[in-house]
Design a binder for this molecule. Structure first.
Ligand code: PEP
Ligand code: CO
Length: 466
């Protein structure tokens, strides 16, 4: 695997989780077009994120990464994007203030369009259909046409990512993130929930006034924030088409996001995904779950980080609250033995997923969305959905902090599936959501997300652990 690298050198290796594209001509046409389109982020942004993550790896910052599990094209509208930015800003201000630690903000957004799946097909209403693999590949709608992989969706993904990024940048440029105006991050219709948050905001404002009066804080420096995007680099032809040679740096960059990561299901040693990632200058995430073996880590780290750069690799563990205690320490020790300066992050979402049967209210369709026209019939139907328990998420996180500490390591980041919207997908938290609440606003295209209130509460609890 350590032969010459190119954006296509993965092609000879086994690439898991890739769709079939029967029309090779159509596929090649789309990829050629993607190669000719401008990059979505600049190499300078990628370098900056690597520098910030390097500081995080050295204990000087904390990584907050979060956003949708599966981003949908139809969610590419102003309010939904602003909501994600709002919740990330609210969490980061809590972590920075209460945790006294500068935060690196990375959204799972503007590119999180492809999903690894545990099976290739599923049975829906008696029919065997390909599974939904994310809007980059096919449609959620369970019809044979919808579930066919369509390469034209890659071009759509590019333009949706561009529109999303453009809106994020314009919000920030217009002062949306200005610390003097935290009211801009209030979630619509729910001002003033969580008094502790209002207290933090009051204190932050008082501190700002004080610093500005002293002349210490430059007016202007507090009005802008740095924000980066990230996604799982799953669909390799797409990622390769957005990979560019930067002569000034003499290096290859994936210019569709600041950070890209490899998932639990595709990080096989000797596989195509690691081969693709190793040639990039971007900071890289690696998900480590129940299938991770401590003895594989030295090879993985040597392959992805031969220069041993802090910030190059973020190891994102996701075991579940019942498994982390046994699973994490051997990995920490294996990494310590190599001397690779990784940043450790915890994804407390993916190991804590359970399935429950929920009743759909009469005016909801089978996906849980409100029917727009006539009621769908008064018979209460059941549907199996995934959920996650706030307490389990917190349980894995607090153990991650503790286990790192006990093993002479440091947890330097967290990774969430979350949204600012008032969805009801995860149970628990101070709102006391139960399984009975799930049908009310179950909107995710894939995994259950923390809602705005649950995310903010989580930030307070993390700040305490920092
Ligand atoms: C994800 O982050 O959405 C995901 C699928 O994670 P993992 O690879 O850890 O299962
Ligand atoms: Co997910």
């Amino acid at each position: 695997m350590t032969n010459a690298w190119s954006p296509q050198s993965w092609q000879g290796l086994t690439a898991l989780q890739q769709p079939e594209y029967p029309d090779q001509g159509a596929l090649e046409g789309v990829l050629a077009r993607l190669r000719s389109l401008p990059p979505l982020v600049g190499p300078g942004e990628v370098d900056r994120l690597r520098a910030l993550l390097s500081e995080a790896a050295q204990g000087k910052r904390f990584l907050l990464q979060g956003g949708d599990c599966a981003e949908r094209f139809r969610d590419c509208h102003g309010e939904a994007i602003a909501d994600k930015l709002r919740i990330l800003l609210r969490m980061s201000v809590v972590l920075t203030h209460a945790g006294r630690c500068p935060v690196v903000r990375v959204l799972r957004l503007a590119g999180q369009y492809a999903k690894p799946r545990s099976a290739g097909t599923e049975r829906v209403d008696g029919r065997e259909l390909p599974v939904y693999r994310g809007d980059l590949i096919n449609e959620l709608e369970a019809t044979p046409e919808g579930r066919a992989s369509n390469p034209a969706r890659m071009q759509e993904a590019y333009f949706h990512a561009a529109a999303t990024l453009n809106h994020l940048r314009s919000l920030i440029e217009d002062g949306f993130a200005d610390l003097h105006h935290p009211e801009r991050w209030d979630l619509p219709g729910r001002t003033g929930e969580l008094p502790a948050y209002q207290d933090v905001i009051k204190e932050v404002r008082a501190t700002l006034d004080f610093l500005e009066a002293l002349g210490v804080a430059h007016p202007g420096t507090l009005e802008r924030i740095e924000l980066f995007t990230s996604h799982e680099a799953l669909l390799l032809p797409f990622e390769a088409a957005l990979t560019r040679w930067i002569p000034e740096a003499q290096a290859w960059y994936n210019l569709s996001a600041g950070m890209v990561w490899v998932g639990e299901r595709t990080r096989a040693l000797g596989g195509a995904h690691l081969e693709y990632l190793r040639g990039l200058r971007n900071p890289l995430g690696v998900k480590l779950g129940p299938s991770a073996k401590a003895e594989d880590l030295p090879k993985l780290l040597e392959l992805l980080d031969p220069a041993r750069e802090p910030g190059r690799i973020t190891l994102i563990t996701r075991f579940g609250e019942d498994a982390i205690r046994a699973a994490l320490p051997p990995l920490i020790r294996a990494v310590q033995a190599t001397g690779h300066p990784v940043l450790w992050s915890c994804d407390p979402m993916h190991g804590n997923t359970t399935s429950v049967e929920i009743g759909l209210s009469p005016d909801q369709d089978a996906k849980g969305h409100r029917a727009s026209g006539a009621a769908l019939g008064a018979v209460r139907r059941m549907r199996t959905v995934k959920t996650r328990d706030f307490g389990a998420i917190l349980g894995e996180l607090s153990q991650a902090f503790e286990l790192h500490r006990a093993n002479g390591s440091r947890l330097g980041g967290v990774h969430f599936e979350m949204t600012g919207e008032e969805v009801t997908e995860c149970v628990g938290g101070s709102q006391g959501l139960t399984e009975a609440d799930l049908p009310r606003a179950y909107e995710t295209g894939c995994d259950p997300r923390l809602n705005g209130a649950q995310s903010l509460e989580m930030a307070f609890l993390i700040a305490r652990m920092l």
